[in-house]
Design a protein around this ligand. Structure first.
Ligand SMILES: NC(=O)c1ccc[n+]([C@@H]2O[C@H](COP(=O)([O-])OP(=O)(O)OC[C@H]3O[C@@H](n4cnc5c(N)ncnc54)[C@H](OP(=O)(O)O)[C@@H]3O)[C@@H](O)[C@H]2O)c1
Length: 317
C-alpha cells in the first residue's frame, strides 16, 4: 500500500511516498481503507521533534514510528474473527491515539479504540476533521465543568481545537467570546460565538471584561497576564501548554482561588460517540480549511506549521 513515510526528524520534505506492507488486522481489529486523514499541529511537533522532549518518547536519534497521521475516516474492508461492533462496508472515523499510521491507504485498528460509525450527513473528509480538535476541546470543557450561562473566552477560536471548543462550549449553554484575527471573525461568529474579539485591534487582557473560563488553545498570551481576566474561582485551560506553563499553572492553582488545567489528553470511544451525536444533533460542524492529496503532504505540513490554519487540513488518500 501507499504511505507517507519519514525516517528522520526535520523539515516537511522528510516525507517520502513509499510502498509499504499492508497491515493485517488482528482478531480484535478492523482494517480501514483510509479515505481521509488530517495534518494536525501535533503531527508537526512529531515531524520536527519539537520540543526536544518528543525524542524521549518517540525516538532519540530518529523516529520509532515511521508513518504519522492520528485521525482517519474510511471504509471497513475486512476484520479479525472476534470483531462484533462493525461489519465490512461500514464507514467509520476515529483517532489512533499514540498508534499513528493514518498517512496511508490502510490502517488496522482495535474495534474498542476511539472509533465510531461516521455521522450520516457529513462527508468522509469532514469526518476526518472531527477527532483532533473535537476530542481535545471536549476533554478540557468537561474537565472545566462548563455550565450554562458561564462566560467563556476562547483564544485561537479559528484553529482546530478552538473552532471545536466554540461549538462544544456553546452546546453546553455557555456565553462564548472568541478571539481571532479580522479575517476569521465571520467564521467564529458563524460557529456560535456570542462576541468576537479581533486580536489585531483589541487586547482582551485590557478591556476590563472578566470570564469564568478562559480556554487558550494557542499559547499566545502570557499566563500571568490572561489570568487577571478570570473571575474569582475561574478556570484557565491551557491546551497548548509547555513545561513552563504547566509549572506556572500548578503554582497558580496552589496559591490562588483560580485553577489552571493543562496536560496531555487521552482519546476514548465515549468522546468520539459524544461528538458523533453532537454532529447528528446539528450542534457541531467540523471546519475544513484546505485539502491536499497524500503526495503533497510536505506542502500540507508547511502550511500547518505557519500557525494560521482555519480548523483542519485534510489529506485525501
Ligand atoms: N493537550 C493536548 O493533549 C492537546 C491536544 C490537541 C492539541 N493540543 C495543542 O493545542 C494547540 C492548538 O492546536 P490547533 O491544532 O487547534 O492549532 P491550529 O489549528 O494550528 O491554530 C491555528 C489558529 O490559531 C490562531 N491564532 C494564531 N495566533 C493567534 C493569536 N495571537 N490570537 C488568537 N488566535 C491566534 C490562528 O488564527 P489567525 O490566522 O487568525 O491568527 C489559527 O486559526 C497546539 O499547540 C496543539 O499541540 C494539545
Amino acid at each position: 500500500m501507499k504511505a507517507a513515510v519519514y525516517v528522520q526528524y526535520g523539515q516537511p520534505e522528510v516525507f517520502q511516498i513509499k510502498d509499504v506492507e499492508k497491515p493485517t488486522p488482528a482478531n480484535n481489529e478492523i482494517l480501514v481503507r483510509v479515505s481521509a486523514t488530517a495534518v494536525n499541529s501535533g503531527d508537526v511537533r512529531l515531524r520536527k521533534a519539537d520540543p526536544f522532549a518528543v525524542r524521549f518518547i518517540f525516538g532519540l536519534i530518529k523516529p520509532k514510528v515511521n508513518i504519522l497521521g492520528s485521525v482517519f475516516s474510511g471504509e471497513v474492508e475486512s476484520m479479525g474473527k472476534d470483531v462484533k461492533k462493525f461489519k465490512v462496508g461500514d464507514f467509520v472515523f476515529g483517532h489512533t491515539d499514540m498508534r499513528f499510521g493514518a498517512y496511508a491507504e490502510y490502517k488496522s485498528f482495535p474495534e474498542d479504540g476511539s472509533v465510531a460509525l461516521k455521522p450520516a450527513d457529513i462527508t468522509l473528509a469532514e469526518a476526518a476533521a472531527i477527532p483532533f480538535g473535537g476530542v481535545a476541546a471536549l476533554h478540557f470543557i468537561k474537565k472545566a465543568n462548563i455550565q450554562p450561562g458561564q462566560k467563556v473566552l476562547i483564544v485561537g477560536a479559528s484553529g482546530a481545537v478552538g473552532s471545536a471548543a466554540v461549538q462544544i462550549a456553546k452546546s453546553f449553554g455557555a456565553d462564548i467570546t472568541g478571539v481571532c484575527s479580522t479575517v476569521n471573525m465571520a467564521l467564529v461568529k458563524s460557529l456560535g460565538a456570542d462576541k468576537v474579539i479581533d486580536y489585531t485591534k483589541d487586547d482582551f487582557t485590557k478591556n476590563g471584561e472578566i470570564y469564568d473560563v478562559i480556554f487558550d488553545t494557542v499559547k499566545v498570551i502570557s499566563v500571568s497576564r490572561s489570568v487577571k481576566s478570570l473571575s474569582k474561582n475561574g478556570i484557565m485551560i491551557l491546551s497548548a501548554a509547555g513545561m513552563s506553563e504547566m509549572m506556572q499553572g500548578l503554582w497558580i492553582s496552589k496559591t490562588s482561588n483560580k485553577k489552571v488545567l493543562t496536560g496531555v489528553i487521552s482519546h476514548t470511544e465515549a468522546d468520539i460517540l459524544f461528538l458523533k451525536e453532537l454532529i447528528e444533533a446539528g450542534k457541531f460542524k467540523p471546519v475544513i480549511d484546505r485539502t491536499y492529496p497524500l503526495e503533497q503532504i510536505a506542502e500540507a505540513h508547511a502550511y500547518v506549521e505557519k500557525g494560521h490554519k482555519r480548523g483542519n487540513i485534510i489529506i485525501n488518500i
